[in-house]
Design a protein around this ligand. Structure first.
Ligand code: IMP
Length: 204
C-alpha cells in the first residue's frame, strides 16, 4: 500500500495536541473529509517535551509519540510566530514565551518590548506551521505552510488564540483575532500546510 493510502484509509486520526484552539481549527479543516478525529487530551495521552530546535523536529516528535501511545495514526502541528527583526524569535519557543501560565498577553508584550529594544522599524513577521503525520508502523509525512504579515501594537480583537491579536496578514487591515474563524482559516499558515497535506494524502 502506498504511504498516502495508509494514512487516508486509517479509521481515526489522533490530533497530537492539547491546545484547544489548534484542535478546533484542525477539526474544521478536516471536516469535509471522512476521517474521524480525536484530541490527544480526550484519549488521555501525555504531552511529550518539545526538545527539538525546528518546527519539523517537534512536529515529528509529537506525532510519533501519539502514534506509539495510541496505536492510531497521529497528526501533529508545530507552529509559531517568527519576527524578522528578532532573527526568527520566538519561533519554536512561541508557546514558551507565554510562560507556564500560558499568558499570551505577557508573550505579546515580550515580543513588542524586544522589538522596541532592537530599534528596528522592521515589523515583518510570519506564522509557520509544520504538520507531521505518523503511522504506528513507522510511516511519516511532513508538510510546511506559512502566512506573511506584520506585527501591530496594541493587540486587537478577541477571536482565535495565541498571538492572533497582534498579527495582520499581508494585504489585510484586521488582525487574525478581529477576523472571523472562517476568514482566518482561509489564509492561515495552518490552512497552507493543510492544503499540501490534503493534496498529497486525501485526494486520491
Ligand atoms: P506549539 O506548536 O504547541 O509548540 O505552540 C505554538 C504556539 O505558536 C502557540 O501556542 C501560539 O502561541 C503560536 N501560534 C501558532 N499558531 C498560531 C495561530 O494560528 N495564531 C496565534 N498564535 C499561534
Amino acid at each position: 500500500m502506498t504511504v498516502n493510502r495508509l494514512f487516508r484509509e486509517a479509521p481515526l486520526w489522533v490530533i497530537a495536541s492539547h491546545n484547544a484552539g489548534k484542535i478546533k481549527e484542525i477539526g474544521a479543516l478536516l471536516a469535509p473529509y471522512s476521517i474521524a478525529v480525536k484530541g490527544a487530551g480526550e484519549m488521555g495521552l501525555e504531552e511529550p517535551e518539545e526538545t527539538e530546535k525546528t518546527f519539523s523536529g517537534n512536529a515529528l516528535l509529537k506525532a510519533r509519540a501519539a502514534a506509539r501511545a495510541s496505536g492510531a495514526v497521529a497528526l501533529a502541528d508545530d507552529s509559531g510566530l517568527e519576527l524578522s527583526a528578532l532573527g526568527g524569535d520566538p519561533g519554536v519557543y512561541s508557546a514558551r514565551w507565554a510562560g507556564p501560565g500560558k499568558d499570551f498577553a505577557l508573550a505579546m508584550q515580550t515580543v513588542e518590548q524586544k522589538l522596541a529594544e532592537t530599534g528596528s522599524a522592521d515589523r515583518s513577521a510570519r506564522f509557520v506551521c509544520v504538520l507531521a503525520l505518523a503511522h504506528p508502523d513507522g510511516a511519516e509525512m511532513v508538510f510546511e505552510g506559512e502566512v506573511k504579515g506584520e506585527l501591530v501594537w496594541p493587540p486587537r480583537g478577541t477571536s482565535g488564540f495565541g498571538y492572533d491579536p497582534v498579527f495582520v496578514p499581508a494585504g489585510g487591515s484586521e488582525t487574525f483575532a478581529e477576523m472571523d474563524a472562517a476568514a482566518k482559516t482561509a489564509i492561515s499558515h495552518r490552512a497552507d500546510a493543510f492544503s499540501k497535506l490534503i493534496a498529497a494524502v486525501l485526494q486520491p
